[in-house]
Design a protein around this ligand. Structure first.
Ligand SMILES: C[S@@+](CC[C@H](N)C(=O)[O-])C[C@H]1O[C@@H](n2cnc3c(N)ncnc32)[C@H](O)[C@@H]1O
Length: 389
């Protein structure tokens, strides 16, 4: 049980968290506040764990109790669940672990619901061919190929050979390896998106919703830094963060551009490949970010689905003949995944479904859904098309 100081920090963070100020962002700002630099790393970890455990078990708690009392109940529930996941009935999880509206948007198995209640794995992506060396330097790393989960397709994990699960307690951002650009913190599902793109050295790619560049960096690595990646986003702040990350990683074969998602594209360039890693409701991240379960609304899903379709429609003309378009969202709602893919395909006879070979050499599917309990990581939907030559 965390000490009372940690519980008081957690209470202040929970009180500040809202739809406008998500708990993970409040936590980040709170813990880097210079007045708290004297907090020991162990205490910071206890605060983070308390906040996330509270939101994970929120619907089991009595809101009239003090936050401190609710924290101890949530932590006790977590302990009980960790010791015996079957101690919490799937029926209870279906009603309390997620909002009711999700039932209209996806099938929820007991395994999926149980996964949402576990602590998530911290996934790293090592630079090409350095995973073993990085694992030895950092310690406490497990190769993705060795993670024991029943539903795994072993081939997937051979593909993601740079993925390492980190089980230690170091502040990874302060390690010399991080400073030297030896790895990125990137969820395994996001790494599968890079592999689904399968960019080749010398090609020209457009990462249209690049954000802070997690996938731009991966594309550049897969291209062995040969060729060019255009990275656009509507947020200048995120593109600034992208430039800091590329500098640290010593990745130079990229170009940034602001793009608001409109039909007015940032360049006349035609691309060998375009990735639309679109803004989405993020249901696939609800294990890592349980506060979002209670702030995401059904209206967000329909609004974001419309934006995703529009982004795809706007980028499609920028494909070269034979060029590939990859659409990814870290969500699992029908409206944002298969429904968008179907509507887009219906409007674009010039595109054909493109099997996602990069994820699996024998892949015959042009659409893949990665479920959190199958890969021990975020949920993700990926679809691919190819422009006819
Ligand atoms: C899922 S995030 C991208 C994450 C990023 N690809 C990565 O791997 O780190 C979606 C991004 O889309 C951007 N975005 C949202 N709406 C947009 C729009 N209408 N046009 C362009 N970008 C948009 C957001 O700023 C956000 O950075």
């Amino acid at each position: 049980m965390p000490d009372s100081a940690a519980l008081n920090h957690a209470a202040r963070i929970v009180a500040q968290a809202s739809r406008e100020q998500p708990a993970d962002a409040v936590l980040r700002d709170y813990l880097v506040d210079p007045t708290r630099t004297r907090m020991a790393p162990g205490e910071k970890r206890a605060v983070v764990r308390t906040v996330f455990t509270y939101f994970r078990w929120l619907k089991w708690l009595e809101p009239r109790d003090s936050l401190q009392k609710q924290f101890s109940q949530a932590l006790a529930l977590q302990q009980r669940f960790d010791e015996n996941p079957l101690s919490i009935k799937a029926e209870a999880l279906a009603v309390r672990a997620v909002p009711a509206w999700l039932r209209d948007e996806m099938e929820m198995s007991a395994d999926f619901l149980r996964q949402l209640q576990r602590d998530p794995v911290v996934w790293l992506r090592a630079r090409p061919h350095t995973a073993e060396k990085l694992a030895a330097a950092l310690g406490d790393c497990v190769s993705a190929a060795l993670t024991q989960l029943p539903a795994l397709n072993p081939q997937l994990f051979t593909t993601a050979s740079a993925a390492l699960g980190y089980t230690g307690t170091k502040d990874l951002f302060r390690t010399p390896e991080f400073g030297a650009g030896a790895f990125e913190i990137q969820d395994l599902a996001s790494q599968f998106v890079g592999h689904a793109c399968a960019p080749q050295p010398g090609e020209t790619w457009w990462d249209a919703c690049a954000g802070a560049g997690g996938k731009t960096l991966h594309l550049a690595d897969l291209m062995q830094n040969r060729g060019l990646v255009w990275a656009s986003d509507r947020s200048a702040r995120r593109l600034t963060a992208l430039k800091q990350r590329t500098a640290r990683a010593k990745v130079f074969n990229y170009r940034t551009a602001l793009w608001d998602g409109s039909a007015h594209l940032p360049t006349k360039t035609k691309f060998d490949g375009i990735l639309v890693d679109a803004p989405c409701s993020g249901v696939g991240t609800w294990q890592r970010n349980p506060h979002a379960r209670w702030t995401t609304l059904p209206g967000d899903v329909s609004e974001l689905a419309a934006i995703q379709l529009q982004l795809l429609n706007h980028v499609a003309p920028a494909l070269k003949p034979g060029g590939r378009l990859i659409y990814s969202v870290c969500t699992l709602t029908r409206s944002e995944t298969t429904a968008v893919a179907e509507a887009f395909a219906a409007a674009h006879p010039e595109l054909e479904p493109h099997p996602l070979f990069g994820v699996h050499p024998a892949a015959t599917h042009a659409q893949l859904t990665f479920l959190p309990h199958e890969i021990n990581a975020n949920g993700m939907f990926v679809a691919g098309w190819k422009k006819q030559t």
